[in-house]
Ligand binder design. Structure first.
Ligand SMILES: Nc1ncnc2c1ncn2[C@@H]1O[C@H](COP(=O)(O)OP(=O)(O)OP(=O)(O)O)[C@@H](O)[C@H]1O
Ligand SMILES: [Mg+2]
Length: 265
């Protein structure tokens, strides 16, 4: 078991942000965490990273039970977390190579001397993620898509057991998005790949390698299970409260709103 949440609830300022969440991630599963704006996705990730403690419930991540001991740092070394919300935290003047290397120490900035093995690994990852050409460029000069790739390479430096990608295609154009998704697919397909949680509110981004999906709605699990069973017109029509169709092309889903007669007039 990689992650187990049992009846997890989170209350902030008198409001229940998450309610009775039950979720299990097992070896061999890659998950999509799908939810509309404000549904509680970021709150869930903050809990998984031990940045926030639930008001109620029990959490075990990578065999560690929360609340028994202080887990923050020990846990986070085993979780790769990629989020556009973190981008501003990296030192603008560090180059992409240094940002990736810093992942080995789970630090922002480089304070320790990296070993040759670390340097070689960083170069391999920069190549794998297609960012070797700008390895020497200052992080602040990179485009949004390039920064995301560098961040994923950084997250993989520490050989995480769990990789969390929080809306990694934010701000990317169609080509950049598809290229990034290709890289994610390559990472996920490896035999020694970490378990991946891919957080999104776009159905079109869900790759076939994500075999499980949790639909989060207003802080509650609306449904969870096999992706192909979650992403159906029937389930998503109920989820959105709006009639939708799901078309599949090359094992990728495409969401369309059902046309009403009044729409076409
Ligand atoms: N400290 C807080 N106090 C009160 N409400 C909060 C607090 N933190 C989050 N919320 C609320 O909890 C809900 C869930 O927020 P969260 O950021 O987890 O949503 P999200 O699914 O990540 O949305 P998005 O797709 O927009 O990033 C929102 O309505 C948000 O306003
Ligand atoms: Mg969010």
């Amino acid at each position: 078991m990689v992650v187990r949440l049992e009846n997890v609830s989170l209350k902030r300022e008198g409001k229940w942000i998450l309610q009775d969440i039950n979720w299990e991630i097992r070896h061999g599963e890659h998950w999509v965490l799908f939810g509309l704006n404000g549904s509680g996705k970021t709150a869930m990730l903050n809990i998984l990273n031990a940045y926030q403690f639930p008001t109620k419930g029990k959490i075990t991540v990578l065999g560690m039970e929360f609340g028994r001991t202080y887990l923050g740092e020990k846990l986070r070394k085993q979780i790769g977390f990629v989020s556009s919300s973190l981008q501003d935290k990296f030192y603008a003047a560090d180059n992409a190579f240094e940002v990736v290397l810093s992942g080995a120490f789970a630090s922002i900035g480089l304070y320790e001397t990296p070993t040759d093995a670390m340097r070689n690994k960083a170069i391999t990852l920069l190549k794998e993620l297609g960012c070797i050409d700008y390895a020497n460029r200052r992080y602040e000069t990179l485009s949004q898509g390039e920064k995301q790739r560098v961040q994923i390479a950084r997250a993989l430096m520490a050989n995480p057991s769990l990789l969390i990608l929080d809306e990694p295609t934010n701000g990317l154009d169609f080509i950049a998005r598809e290229k990034l998704l290709e890289s994610i697919e390559t990472i996920a397909a490896k035999s020694n790949a970490p378990r991946i949680i891919y957080v999104t509110h776009h159905v079109e981004e869900i790759l076939p390698v994500f075999n499980k999906t949790l639909l989060l709605k207003q802080g509650q699990v609306f449904a969870a299970g096999n992706t192909t069973e979650m992403l159906t017109g029937k389930t998503l029509t109920e989820y959105f409260g709006l009639p939708v169709n799901v078309l599949w092309e090359n094992h990728r889903p495409l969401l369309t709103k059902q046309q009403f007669v009044s729409d076409t007039m």
